[in-house]
Design a protein around this ligand. Sequence first.
Ligand SMILES: C[S@@+](CC[C@H](N)C(=O)[O-])C[C@H]1O[C@@H](n2cnc3c(N)ncnc32)[C@H](O)[C@@H]1O
Length: 493
Amino acid sequence: MSASFLSEHEAKPALDVFPAFFKVSGKRVIVVGGGDEAAAKLRLLSETSAELEVYASSISPAMEQAIQLAGATLFARDYQFEDFADAALVFTAQESEAEDALVVEAARMVGVPVNAVDRPDMCDFITPAIVNRSPVVVAVSTNGTAPVLARRIKGMIEKLLHPRTGALARFADAFRRPVAASNRDGRQRRLFWERFFDGPAAQKALDGDMAAACASARDLLASSDEGDHGHVALVGAGPGAEDLLTLRAHKVLQDADVVMHDALVPMEIVRMSRRDAEIISVGKRKGCHSKSQDEINALLVEKAKQGLKVVRLKSGDPMIFGRAGEEIATLRSHDISYEIVPGVTSALAGAAEAEIPLTLRGTASSVIFTTGHDLNGKHLPDWAQLALSGATISVYMGRTVARQTAERLLQAGLAAETPVAVLENVARPDQRRLVGTLSDLQHLQDEKTSPSAALIIIGEAVAAIRLDQSIPLVEAAPILEPNSISQTEGLAA
Ligand SMILES: C[S@@+](CC[C@H](N)C(=O)[O-])C[C@H]1O[C@@H](n2cnc3c(N)ncnc32)[C@H](O)[C@@H]1O
């Protein structure tokens, strides 16, 4: 992880528990108590390869069953604290807190971590919800705050993980030594494993066809890594919410050696990249460019020529006001392979959040994606005529030219009462929705705001917007401060 990556992160919440896995194979794990709670814990422990011992002078029918299922040894007497010596773990689930407290004290005397079932304050460790695809194990904990949530998350992960994920991990393990002995350096080893898990070797292993899986893995091992040229992916990060990132974008991020991201991409999304990926903020905010487009192009070429996988991460969709055209031309001219991973553009995400149908039968049959800077010149752009015939206009980077935008559209003949929405920070926690008319739009430029990304939608279809949680444009912009122009707007493409 690069230093710049660290410095740009907000502080993460501190962990009150540290996840780790106890080795229990062949070791003694002790359950004290003969009731149903103790039986439930024993059933969970029966998934391990530990030597299980139960200490209880009397046991419930459920415990009798659990002992049989787990192949545990029952000591039908009270425990002695010497019983705990050399055990890996002790669990206690007795009727009274006082009885559990004595077990906790005894276990701690001999230095064995102890868990008192349903008494979190007395525990040295907590038991998570477990997804078992051994040797792949996923443990989920909410640190006791929301056990039902932990079970839900476990359910989601169960669905995500192929039932043969464990078999795949064992199969991969069999190739670890041959790969280590194959003279590949660290990066080439990682490439091997990425191809292994993305390719036919892993797929066949998941299908249960181990002969074909072995053959594919051997072919891969024998193949040379020559020709491993760098590759660039221009990736759309969506408007800001993590769950609006596409699965493909997520995968490409996970594989990247280098991630070059724009200022508008939230760090939560940048952080979805591999932990050891190099993270470079190329900034690009109006008024404060951390890198020029030429510098970005040069950096893309430099990193790709080092044979690295580069993700150029842009807000929204890379092909909409994302300078993708220039980057593609540069990559082509250097014969560097590239791909484009689309993202949810902010106009579409904004329309969804605000419930504005961009096309509306009988009202709006076309949509224009434009930039406010289009209206800066002497001549009105062609689409101004389309606006008259009812198109919905989505204006990117329009805040600082809101007044010109309103004036020029009025000049083109658009009615002053045409509905307008300004959608700020779409799909982010601080999103805001302002509504008004075309004649109100000039006020936006006067608004004293904190820096924010804003999208302006103009057209009759906007009248369908959700009015609750919408702020009138005129009320939102009472303070005229000439130097309070937003700095977050991206550059015109
Ligand atoms: C350089 S453009 C990038 C557009 C981006 N490629 C897309 O598809 O959304 C930057 C402009 O996109 C708009 N924008 C990007 N993210 C936004 C968001 N979360 N909310 C509102 N507008 C956004 C703003 O108009 C901003 O000035």
